[in-house]
Design a protein around this ligand. Structure first.
Ligand code: MIC
Ligand code: SF4
Length: 755
């Protein structure tokens, strides 16, 4: 039986009325995305049709999921909200804080010991406030959510950018910062700008070496890392019907890499099969009753150009397998062409590691497809040239894969089976084969491949591909290997070819698990006490941010002008820093240490204008803070791309940065800045970025009349006495300006609760 089945039935019981009403209001057939959006309005009904990309709308998500690395800050904030229980079903998943080193059993033991304090904190807060808790080793948040909680037509938010994975089961699932989750946990609406809609029509059928992953690798190549910003991507067409549910999950998952708000697919037979296989006949039966509302109206898919803002068509019959990278997930190259490109760019052709796992590709089907390749290495006597690492998506998948002999195949080719957790995908990887920062290549089935992400080494060239392609490349040990055309020399000196992968969508004998790793909260958690030691280096209770007063903004200094890609990994690095995710002051010591200083092309080396000395970004910022001087951060395009981690906003806020002024923002990060009471601004004229000099001082000329829909004016004073006055845009609405004035969104909630 499914968790929270009454809630799901409740959503379905209102669906018909709400969808019909929305259709009437909008005056035309509806896409699936619109049906889900309009049936989750906070006010129940709307009396106006919303304008995409413009109107801010209040929604009522059905559930929330948090992972350990972001849950700490989310729950520390929720504890301040003064509520006895979460208002909607919520879960916490321990998956980010487990380092991959020698194998699942040993690694889990180490993680439980080193992060005991944090796991205990999360478990007791969950117990107190009615939150379901998935302990370390239970699996990666998004696989566990797909297996247990996602349901067609539902809306959820999660404090992780890959929450979007649940689109594979026909949900609108959206990644948010912790402060957004706190709103919903506290029983308040969740606000989102009504998204634009991108339709992706899939014609033909996937076959051979091509997999669901290649669909999104191709889409990423077309739309780039910011092409989906502010939009929901809705997939449809006969090709969509023929993809498995977890394959759809893979496609939706990596929609985060194109900046999409989320991605989704209409309810179909693959989803029903998946629901039944994961012990949710009740959800499948309930969904079948409202089937017509769980996909778009037929007119929409017949003439998509009339209903979507943009249409992409992909012919799956001709789609080739891809490998995307290095350093960015949108650099898409068909496998057969990679050798030439690698040679031209001097990317190492020798592949050191093949890693299979991460929330995007760790399903049972993924493991079977990769295992079918690994098995051939054994049968055809090919000795794998690269090291192999596997992270199963959940304990249920791991247990079943072990029962069915899949893990044994991987072990036979020398793979290490790591914990059911994020592992190398988030830099939780004690990689022993490198001595220093050697230039090297790895291939993986993850979603992100930003510089330093997997192993902290800026010279690791990481390429993203399907699990089966990762297996093939790892066996060959070469980046230019094309399994569809090339042969390999086996131990008998014969040239052999790998046959195409064969997958099993769902385990023939059903899923099995002994201990899935779930701990239900007490019915009444009011007696549970949550302790945070004042001397802890891992956890720190939060103090309210003080509002940024207009006067304090006069004479703000430039902290850093970041050049080029500045993702949340650059602003608040993960890997070794994950240990401080619950301690704001400690984690602030990594603030912007990965951002490239536009004036010297170095990282973590900026001028402290007070002394003229060059130093690390956090040190310079602490000096400004000590002197009571506000600062601003300047950045390029798609600033804050990647993770949902609100630390990337809270740390600068904590250290006294007042404003972030960039060419463009990634959605979640922009919201995170607003929530924490900061100014997130964009240049009206992008070329004004070039005006900013290293010794600049800023005046926010008209901040006193900060208004929705009205640009602000900033005076830039250069050290030589000259000055420029520029216009900057913002997207704050009235209530968001209220957050800025109150010091943070949380301060507003606190005030309302106290009243
Ligand atoms: C990631 O993939 O970057 C993460 C780690 O899962 C993040 C969340 C985090 O920073 O904790 C994400 O994608 O939101
Ligand atoms: Fe974990 Fe990686 Fe997925 Fe983020 S992308 S949730 S780190 S597996």
């Amino acid at each position: 039986m499914a968790f929270d089945i009454d809630m799901i039935k409740g959503v379905y019981s209102q669906m018909a009325e709400r969808v019909d009403q929305a259709r009437e209001l909008v005056g035309r057939p509806l896409t699936l995305s619109e049906k889900i959006l309009y049936s989750h309005l906070w006010d129940g009904k709307s009396n106006k049709a919303f304008t995409r990309g413009k109107d801010y709308v209040d929604f009522a998500p059905d559930r929330i999921a948090c992972q350990d690395a972001t849950a700490q800050m989310a729950l520390l904030q929720f504890m301040q909200a003064g509520k006895p229980k979460v208002a909607v079903p919520t879960t916490v998943h321990c998956d980010h804080l487990i380092q991959a080193k020698s194998g699942a059993v040993a690694d889990l033991k180490v993680a439980n010991a080193t992060s005991e304090e944090v796991f205990n904190f999360l478990e007791s807060v969950s117990n107190k406030y009615g939150i379901g808790f998935w302990k370390p080793g239970a699996g990666i948040i998004h696989q566990v959510v797909l297996e247990n909680y996602a349901f067609p037509g539902g809306m959820m938010i999660g404090t992780d950018s890959h929450t979007v994975n649940a689109g594979g089961l026909g949900m609108l699932a959206i990644g948010v910062g912790g402060a957004d989750a706190v709103d919903v946990m506290a029983g308040m609406p969740w606000e989102l700008k009504f998204p634009k809609l991108i339709g992706v029509k899939l014609t033909g059928n996937i076959s051979g070496w091509t997999s669901a992953k290649d669909v999104i690798l191709k889409v990423a190549g077309i739309l780039t890392v910011k092409g989906g910003t502010g939009a929901i991507v809705e997939y449809f067409g006969e090709g969509a019907l023929n993809l498995s549910c977890t394959g759809k999950g893979t496609i939706c998952n990596m929609g985060a890499e194109i900046g999409a708000t989320t991605s989704t697919f209409g309810y179909d037979a693959s989803m029903e099969r998946y629901l039944r296989a994961t012990d949710r006949n009740d959800v499948a039966d309930a969904a079948n009753e409202v089937k017509a509302h769980l996909t778009a109206d037929p007119e929409v898919y017949a003439q998509p150009e009339k209903y979507f803002d943009e249409i992409i068509e992909i012919d799956l019959n001709t789609l080739k397998p891809h490998l995307n990278g290095p350093f960015t997930p949108d650099l898409a190259t068909p496998v057969g062409e990679l050798g030439e490109k690698a040679r031209a760019n001097d990317w190492p052709l020798k592949v050191d590691w093949g890693l299979i796992g991460s929330c995007t590709n760790s399903s049972y089907e993924d493991l079977t497809r990769a295992a079918s390749i690994a098995k051939q290495a054994i049968d055809k006597k090919i000795k794998p040239k690269s090291d192999f690492g596997i992270n199963p998506g959940s304990e249920q998948i791991r247990f079943t894969a072990e029962r069915d002999g899949l893990l044994q195949i991987f072990e036979e080719v020398g793979a290490t089976i790591f914990t059911n957790a994020c592992g190398p995908c988030i830099g939780q990887w004690d990689r022993s084969d490198l001595k220093g920062d050697e230039k090297n290549t790895i291939v993986h089935s993850f979603n992100r491949n930003f510089s330093k992400r997997a192993d902290g080494n800026p010279n690791t060239h990481a390429f993203v591909g399907s699990p089966e392609m990762v297996a093939a490349i790892a066996i060959s040990g070469r980046l230019d290997f094309d399994p569809m055309n090339d042969t390999l020399i086996n131990e008998d000196g014969e040239a052999v070819k790998l046959d195409m992968p064969l997958g099993i969508e769902l385990p023939v004998n059903g899923f099995a698990v002994e201990d899935a790793g779930f701990i239900a909260p007490d019915e009444d958690g009011s007696g549970v006490s949550v302790k945070v030691s004042p001397t802890s280096e891992r956890l720190q209770l939060l103090e309210s941010f003080q509002p940024i007063e207009n006067e304090s903004l006069a004479g703000a200094k430039l902290l850093i002008k970041a050049q080029g890609k500045c993702t949340t990994d650059h602003i608040s690095m993960a890997g070794p820093w994950l240990r401080f995710r619950g301690h704001l002051d400690n984690i602030a010591n990594n603030t912007l240490i990965g951002a490239v200083n536009a004036f010297n092309q170095k990282t973590n080396f900026v001028k402290n204008q007070l002394t003229g000395e060059y130093m690390g970004v956090p040190d310079a910022q602490r000096a400004y803070k000590a002197a009571g001087i506000k600062t601003i951060v300047v950045g390029d395009h798609n600033y804050g791309e990647g993770s949902s981690r609100e630390h990337a906003a809270m740390q600068p806020r904590h250290l006294g940065v007042a404003a972030v002024l960039v060419k463009s923002f990634a959605r979640i990060h922009e919201t995170n800045l607003k929530k924490q009471g900061m100014l997130g601004l964009t240049f009206v004229n992008e070329s004004d970025y070039d005006l900013i000099k290293e010794d600049d001082t800023f005046n926010f000329v008209d901040i006193a009349s900060f208004k929705a829909g009205q640009a602000l004016t900033i005076e830039i004073k250069h050290a030589d006495g000259t000055a420029h006055t520029i216009q900057v845009n913002h997207t704050y609405n009235d209530s968001q300006i209220g957050w800025f004035r109150a010091g943070s969104a949380l301060n507003v909630i606190k005030k309302e609760n106290a009243a």
